[in-house]
Design a binder for this molecule. Structure first.
Ligand code: ZN
Length: 193
């Protein structure tokens, strides 16, 4: 999936969630966007890979594309490290930035899971990739199917922005389960460390 499709798709899924938890800020939305690009650091020609060439080449040579960085293990490690960083250096008002970064990261993995090549969520234990959309609901990167999907998510995001403007988005569903998940994850990490 191209970086712009990752960004718009992830924003489409994140904006309602940020809105119902009353955490829709530029910083949290930025964290989602960064998280949705980060896994492709293992591809030197990807958008994020071109920004951090050395890290990208090393990651690519060590793990290959869609290896370690496209796994739930990497997601967990990055989330834990993000929380340690946030608790040490960031203000209390930014406590959920790592959560939203991890949310963007997870969305990237799910989005790649629908691609023709699939991904190995349980790397390094999993050898064969999973295809979340089965045999039929899958796309090839930069193909017509991806471009059509991109147009669809852009429209969806515009609808969300309109709803947000009209004050309808925050009451779309209850954000209580998300707030509980955020607290539970933080408590779990504090217990373990
Ligand atoms: Zn990817």
């Amino acid at each position: 999936m191209e970086y712009k499709t990752h960004i718009v798709t992830s924003m489409t899924f994140a904006v309602p969630m940020l809105s119902v938890t009353d955490e829709l800020t530029v910083i949290n939305l930025g964290a989602v966007v960064l998280g949705s690009l980060f896994p492709d650091i293992d591809h030197p020609r990807s958008y994020v890979g071109q920004k951090a060439k050395i890290v990208s080449r090393v990651t690519n040579k060590t793990f290959g594309h869609r290896g370690a960085t496209h796994s739930l293990l990497a997601l967990a490690i990055i989330y834990i490290m993000g929380n340690v960083f946030a608790q040490t250096y960031l203000a209390a008002s930014l406590a959920y930035v790592p959560f939203w970064f991890a949310w963007g990261y997870l969305l990237h993995l799910l989005e790649d899971g629908f691609s023709r090549d699939g991904i190995r969520f349980f790397w390094p234990l999993q050898k064969k990739p999973w295809h979340l959309g089965g045999k039929f609901l899958r796309y090839k990167t930069s193909s017509l199917s991806e471009h059509i999907f991109f147009g669809f998510v852009v429209c969806l995001l515009l609808v969300e922005v309109k709803m947000l403007w009209q004050g309808q988005l925050e009451s779309l569903f209850s954000g209580e389960f998300l707030s509980r998940l955020q607290t539970w994850l933080l408590e779990l990490q504090n217990k373990l460390t």
